[in-house]
Ligand binder design. Structure first.
Ligand code: LFR
Length: 492
């Protein structure tokens, strides 16, 4: 076959990237053609998407991708879940989209759950209760700007919005719809009753398509720049794309961590697992590609370290990841532990100060050296991952024999080796660009080059990975630390 050229637009919390994927029928090779900052914009104390800036950078990147490749067969956009824009009939935004780490939802989840029992919400949506889920954002929106939702012609998730601006489409894609907590995971439709009970309108909810659906060619206005590329919805939720690209062969015995700003710790299931026990443990059932379910838990992830780095930079000490990682070796093991999922860490003003407050409240010494913070964060994350895998084994009955670590966090050799040591099973790290990889793979499905999940994963297996075998001598120390961690956090 002739080479396929697909452009994956991946808007992450640290940066946006345009990645060119070239597929020769066997191997999919990725090349980053453009990278740009993705910073929230704060107005009157609220956090917004810098949408026009990101759109502009996306077009710059797509032009570069087209120049590099000669021609583009397709384009697809992904980003994190839960954020949306409201548009009129022409696709013009009615307001700047909010970013989810915004205080407008801080008390809304409790208010909603006082009106509608958690059991009712969970029985249909199967989604982990997190304060920033779209359901709670929409409720906050209605409280703050009454009537705004009813004025919208459509609610589009951020990738859907970019797809509209590229091709004119006005649809949502299922993996992302499923994370909103407005989607009925069992019936496979929007949970209209839930929104209605909350007094929210539903006429703005769009038609939902499967990942891998062609949405149409780029609009005439872009054809000089982008040729006649087809816009194809990938798994537009970044985590959905990342897990699509898991280089797995055996269907059943693996777990994963999609590791970046968040750590999404889970397993793949053939259908949602919804029960009182799962609700009590607060796990999520997000829609995956080819009808799979991502059964997982959000763990706070490398955000803790990234925010410390941002604070140190504000204080005048810029410390890169590599230097920090090297210095970690000089810090004693398990000197300080935090619960990474303590809600105070979601959007603090000053992360190192917030961590020290936590440590002191829990009878531990405050930290000073950046490497000590880094070690505390990485060890605490590993212990939290183990706790989640342990709990998930009980909930699903699955015996996990290996863990795939996908995404940027897979570059962190400490995390990978410590996780292997703590769990006593192998960790397979990579691909680092799993999200862009999965995005590109689902575009190949839309182009008709790949037909099934098995074919997608066969191509994914041809990516470079690194194996971390457990070091038996370290296992006991991690088990002891796990006891310490459980005493500190309780199980949640
Ligand atoms: C990861 C991610 C998670 C989602 C969180 C907020 O980037 O998409 O899956 O829970 O961001 O949307």
């Amino acid at each position: 076959m002739t080479t396929r050229n697909v452009a994956a637009v991946d808007l992450g919390a640290e940066s946006g990237r345009i990645i060119l994927g070239r597929f020769n029928g066997k191997k999919l090779l990725l090349e980053e053609v453009h990278r740009f900052a993705n910073r929230p914009v704060t107005i009157h104390g609220h956090r917004f998407w810098n949408i026009p800036g990101l759109w502009d950078e996306t077009l710059i990147g797509l032009r570069k991708a087209r120049q590099r490749a000669g021609s583009l067969d397709s384009i697809g956009v992904d980003t994190w879940g839960v954020d949306y824009g409201l548009v009129d009939r022409n696709g013009f935004l009615l307001g700047l989209p909010f970013q989810y780490r915004d205080q407008r939802t801080s008390t809304i989840m409790e208010q909603v759950c006082a009106l509608i029992p958690r059991e009712r919400i969970y029985a249909h949506t199967g989604i982990q209760f997190l304060p920033f889920n779209t359901l709670f954002q929409l409720t906050a929106h209605e409280y703050q700007q009454p009537g705004a939702l009813a004025q919208a012609h459509r609610l589009l998730m951020i990738p859907d919005l970019f797809h509209n601006w590229l091709s004119g489409s006005m649809v949502s894609e299922r993996t992302n719809a499923s994370t909103t907590q407005c989607w009925d995971a069992v019936a496979g439709v929007w949970d209209v009753d839930l929104l209605t009970q909350l007094g929210l309108p539903t006429s703005m909810l769009p038609l939902v398509v499967e990942p891998g659906t062609p949405l149409g060619p780029v609009l005439a206005e872009w054809q000089d720049d982008l040729g006649s590329a087809l816009v194809i919805a990938p798994a537009t939720h970044d985590t959905g794309s990342a897990i699509a690209a898991a280089p797995v062969s055996s269907p059943d015995s693996w777990g994963y961590i999609s590791s970046g700003t968040w750590s999404l710790v889970g397993v793949e299931l053939p259908q949602p697992l919804i029960s009182p026990g799962v609700l009590a443990a607060n796990y999520t059932n997000e829609g995956g590609v080819f009808g799979t379910t991502r059964f997982l838990k959000n763990v706070m992830g490398l955000w803790l370290l990234q925010e410390c780095q941002r604070q140190w930079a504000r204080d005048g000490h810029t410390l890169d990841y590599e230097t920090l990682s090297t210095d970690v070796a000089g810090v004693p093991a398990f000197a300080a532990l935090v619960d990474p999922d303590d809600p105070r860490f979601l959007a603090p003003m000053n992360m190192p100060a917030t961590m020290n407050a936590y440590l002191q409240e829990h009878g531990q010494e405050p930290l000073q050296a950046p490497a000590a913070f880094a070690r505390c964060i990485l060890e605490s994350l590993v212990l939290r991952y183990c706790e989640v895998f342990r709990q998930m084994g009980i909930l699903t009955g699955k015996d996990i024999k290996g863990v795939h670590v996908l995404g940027g966090g897979a570059r962190n050799a400490w995390l990978n080796q410590w996780l292997a040591n703590a769990l006593g099973i192998p960790v397979i790290a990579g691909p680092h660009e799993a999200t862009a990889y999965g995005n590109a793979l689902m575009q190949l499905v839309g182009l008709g080059d790949l037909q099934s999940l098995a074919e997608v994963r066969t191509v994914a297996q041809r990516t470079a990975t690194r194996l971390f075998e457990p070091q038996a001598a370290q296992h006991e120390a991690w088990q002891e630390a796990a006891g310490q961690f459980r005493a500190l956090t309780g199980t949640h």
